[in-house]
Unconditional design. Structure first.
Length: 493
């Protein structure tokens, strides 16, 4: 059945190509007619050398050798069942993202001389650890690439190759996520990598959605312009939120179920504010390792800024899932909603009557160098030590990232935001900021090894604990022990 699906996809791709060629031929003939008209009676034509040569777009974004071919080898990948649909499709349906994934698969198979196959496991860490450990111990070459969830800690088992030593991989390219890869490099070793091979990287990135009608009705500044002018800050979003607050039912109380609110968010959206304002829980040491030594005046300021916003600002509401903020936003009763880009694919925003926009999280202040985007989690890629051909695995990963970046991610943006992406240059600019500033803190990347340190401080804010110093003192001793163990695991590999 899979072969039949592949054949159907291939035929559709061929028909599409023939259609494009037909259009190209017509264009060429039209060009000849125009050239004949321009020549005039004496047949004189303009000097071709005087005309600018049009730039030709690269067929592939990566720098893989043009003659690279694996002679029909199979590339088998282990993927979570909940993520397979956003990574591989083998049958075109007319839906943009599905068809883009299917076409990408066909093109890469043809380009590299490979055949993709997939093994699928549910998101059960025990099953994944067993499958990966078993394959490495048996040296059976069962999996060429694996895509586990980041917080299972499998990378500490010694099963993975150092990707910095793998051929063909170029982590300087924009289709790789430096915000993860830099923060998971120890002593010149990178065992896991994140990039555009998975749509999680886009779908799970948090953004600030805003209701354009409420912006206009309240006489507020355009968030797009605030971003472009580097004036989109923590103080600004709070002030704008307060300006939008309305007691619609006249009961003298503010309730997000009945009134107009300024800013609402769920758990991950709240965590993102700390990182967006510049919280960093670790720093790289000169020897390529890491140290956790973050408690300073700026850290305290970031904590207190988010604490005041969440717990002392009437127009701001945090809730861990009990209120349908998406619905309140869609019905025109919320100025700012923090949600993932994937939120735009949901029914609420698709059916929203008011126009909306999206921007990155604000900066702490105008002194902050760049915006920082928070992603609630993604699959990473790894190559097992038992992979049958490290070169094949590395080349496929590089090509997957590059081609997804070129053709699949734009299709995803079109699906989520419809004409906003293709017709609105400002939306495209905001999405570019969001994607290039994705940041995973060292403590987030190593969540399993550091006992969820990355979540400690927002959890304290949610619990309305203003004493950040005591929270730090209660965790630091254990954190240092866990860090020493983590570093030792990389030093000894």
């Amino acid at each position: 059945m899979k072969n039949l699906k592949r054949w159907i996809c291939a035929m559709l791709a061929v028909l599409l190509t023939l259609s494009v060629l037909s259009c190209s031929a017509s264009t060429e003939n039209a060009g000849e007619d125009l050239a004949a008209d321009a020549a005039g009676a004496d047949g004189a034509v303009a000097d071709p050398a005087a005309e600018a040569e049009p730039e030709t777009e690269k067929a592939w974004l990566d720098n893989l050798p043009e003659d690279l071919n694996f002679d029909g080898a199979t590339c088998n990948m282990l993927i979570r069942s909940e993520r397979i649909d956003d990574m591989f499709q083998f049958e075109m349906t007319g839906e943009g993202v599905v068809d883009a994934l299917c076409d990408r698969t066909i093109r890469l198979e043809d380009r590299l001389g490979i055949a993709f196959t997939t093994d699928i496991l549910p998101s059960d860490s025990g099953q994944w650890k067993s499958a990966i450990a078993g394959s490495v111990q048996a040296a059976d070459g069962a999996y060429d690439i694996v895509f586990p969830d980041y917080w299972w800690g499998i990378e500490l088992g010694g099963y993975y190759c150092n990707l910095l030593e793998a051929p063909y991989m170029d982590f300087s390219q924009p289709y790789w996520c430096a915000g993860w890869n830099d923060n998971d490099t120890f002593y010149g070793k990178l065992y896991t990598a994140v990039g555009d091979f998975s749509l999680d990287l886009i779908v799970n990135t948090e953004a600030v959605f805003f209701n354009k009608k409420l912006i206009s009705d309240n006489g507020l500044e355009d968030p797009y312009e605030l971003v472009k002018e580097d004036r989109w800050t923590s103080d600004r979003i709070v002030a704008m939120s307060e300006a939008a607050l309305r007691d619609l039912d006249g009961d003298g109380k503010y309730n997000p179920l009945n009134d107009v609110f300024g800013l609402c968010y769920y758990l991950h959206g709240g965590r993102g504010f700390l990182y967006a304002y510049g919280m960093k829980l670790a720093n790289r040491t000169d020897d390529g390792g890491w140290e956790i030594n973050y408690f300073n005046d700026r850290f305290v300021r970031i904590y207190e800024t988010v604490y005041r916003m969440q717990n002392e600002t009437p127009s701001v509401c945090y809730n861990n899932g009990g209120i349908d903020f998406n619905g309140r936003f869609a019905s025109g009763n919320l100025l700012f909603l923090v949600g993932t880009i994937g939120t735009a694919r949901g029914t609420a925003l698709r059916e929203m009557e008011d126009d909306f926009g999206l921007v990155p999280y604000p900066k702490l202040d105008e002194e902050q160098k760049d915006f920082i985007s928070f992603n609630l989690g993604t699959s990473y890629a790894a190559i097992l030590k038992s992979a049958k051909d490290t070169g094949l695995s590395a080349a496929v990963l590089e090509a997957l990232c590059a081609e997804n970046h070129k053709s699949v991610v734009p299709a995803l943006y079109e699906d989520a935001l419809k004409e906003k992406y293709s017709r609105d240059q400002t939306t495209a600019e905001m999405l570019d900021i969001l994607s290039r500033t994705i940041y995973y803190d060292f403590a987030f990347v190593n969540d399993a090894a550091l006992s969820a340190l990355c979540n400690v401080y927002f959890d304290a804010i949610a619990a309305k604990n203003p004493d950040v110093a005591s929270r730090f003192k209660s965790t630091d001793k254990m954190t240092q022990k866990l860090l020493a163990k983590l570093l030792a695991s990389y030093q000894g590999d």
